[in-house]
Design a protein around this ligand. Sequence first.
Ligand SMILES: Cc1cc2nc3c(=O)[nH]c(=O)nc-3n(C[C@H](O)[C@H](O)[C@H](O)COP(=O)(O)OP(=O)(O)OC[C@H]3O[C@@H](n4cnc5c(N)ncnc54)[C@H](O)[C@@H]3O)c2cc1C
Length: 501
Amino acid sequence: MDSVQYILSPREAYIAEQQWRVVKRSVDARQRELRVHLTILTDDKGKPVPKDAPIPLYEPPVFQDVHNAKRSVVIIGAGPAGLFAALTLLEHGIKPIIYERGKEVSERKKDIALLNRNEGLNPESNYCFGEGGAGTFSDGKLFSRSKKRGNMQRVMELFHYFGAPDTVLYEAHAHIGSDKLPGIIKKMRETILEKGGEIHFETCITSLKDWKLEIGNWKTPIILAIGHSAHDTYRMLAKEGVKLETKGFAMGVRAEHPQALINKLMYHLDTSRTRELEIINYVGNASYSLVTQVDGRGVYSFCMCPGGHIVPAGSEAGSCVVNGMSASHRNSPYANSGMVVQINSEDIPGDDPLRGLEFQEELERLAFEHGGPQAQAPAQRLKDFVEGKASKDLPACSYLPGIVPSRLDEWLPAHIGKRLQQGFRDFNKKYHGFLTNDAVIVGVESRSSSAVRIPRDPETLQSVSTPLLYPCGEGAGYAGGITSSALDGINAALKIADLAQ
Ligand SMILES: Cc1cc2nc3c(=O)[nH]c(=O)nc-3n(C[C@H](O)[C@H](O)[C@H](O)COP(=O)(O)OP(=O)(O)OC[C@H]3O[C@@H](n4cnc5c(N)ncnc54)[C@H](O)[C@@H]3O)c2cc1C
């Protein structure tokens, strides 16, 4: 089948979408008037195909029964990389055996509820650790800045197969939302178990040494999909001689504005008017992606969550780390985003490959010290931060454990704080009104990307130091985000499937 592209007003696009089968959609807010780019499926005669026609489907996955498979693979970590690796192994008749330090998703939810009520952090079950990894209670944005790592569409198709909405197949900036993700992850688990794979929850792998499994001439490969927050596991790997190296990463704060203000700045819409609110209901709350250069380093927005919440994303006691998430409707009154500064490995003195982790941990401890007695996060009104003034009080904020006023302008290391201040001034030049005391910054956004790489052979994808160890996903330093980590997991599994031929 063919398709035809249209550039429409939101109202026209809404009407078209009620009638015809859309196969691609993106919102274009670059001009003053909002535009929607729609691609509509057409039949052999060039006529649009009705909405209820199925999306031209990909090949649905066929998972083999591996109860009695001769070949198995150990997977450490049940985040997107580990789960998608497991599903790919099932497609190739290989048994995945997953070890996950955290709990299964419904139990994990309870620990997260406690965390949000300031009733304690479970270091093994939180926003980073547990079934689905860091991707489960996230915004669930399914797009990646990188186009080069193979078939992103396959990742979308698998998410769709396990229950994600049709939009993940055609929306340019698709997202799932933290209310839907747990159900999708649960279905993945059920498939893995039903087909004969194994998942061992609450099992933290603390050594690789004793794992030399051989069945006949099959030596069991290990897929290492630990994410970037398991600092203890990186330290174990270093001790056991797995080659690690420092890599560049980014750190900063999370900024939160009223969503209505962001809608006005990005879409030029006033959401107090009913007609304009209807448009938002169709195109979704506005997001932004900002970038500038300050003193030779990138300063940029990261993981923007329209209609979302700021969440406590640390996994260690005595530290304060924030991140953002949103539900599928993205309908909270807040718009938050990481605002981070690029850190290069040469910015951190020394030659220890784990020095980036220590740098992150130091800032996280500092943020904790400047937070409140009940683990509230340190915060400052945005304009006060840029002008170097104390905030007497703070605006309402989505961060459930609470925020307390703090002088982030004084205690953030100058190479981060000063660059952020200039970055916000630059962003305000582009979107006048962005720099406002109605917005607040919350500290610290320190885990936006991995500070460590586990180098691997580009051909075999095995660790350069440790044969049959397949470091993949965000923790290996080769991916960042849900889709690219999932894809990296798929690629590791495909390499192993090749070995099995
Ligand atoms: C709050 C939040 C919101 C986010 N929002 C988005 C978003 O909207 N879009 C996006 O693309 N990305 C988002 N991200 C980032 C995204 O979640 C990660 O990039 C992605 O989950 C990385 O996948 P992964 O499988 O490599 O690692 P992870 O998802 O981190 O999974 C690693 C798993 O390994 C387990 N593990 C670690 N060490 C061990 C061990 N020794 N033994 C056993 N198990 C172990 C952990 O418990 C964890 O479950 C968000 C992250 C957070 C924290």
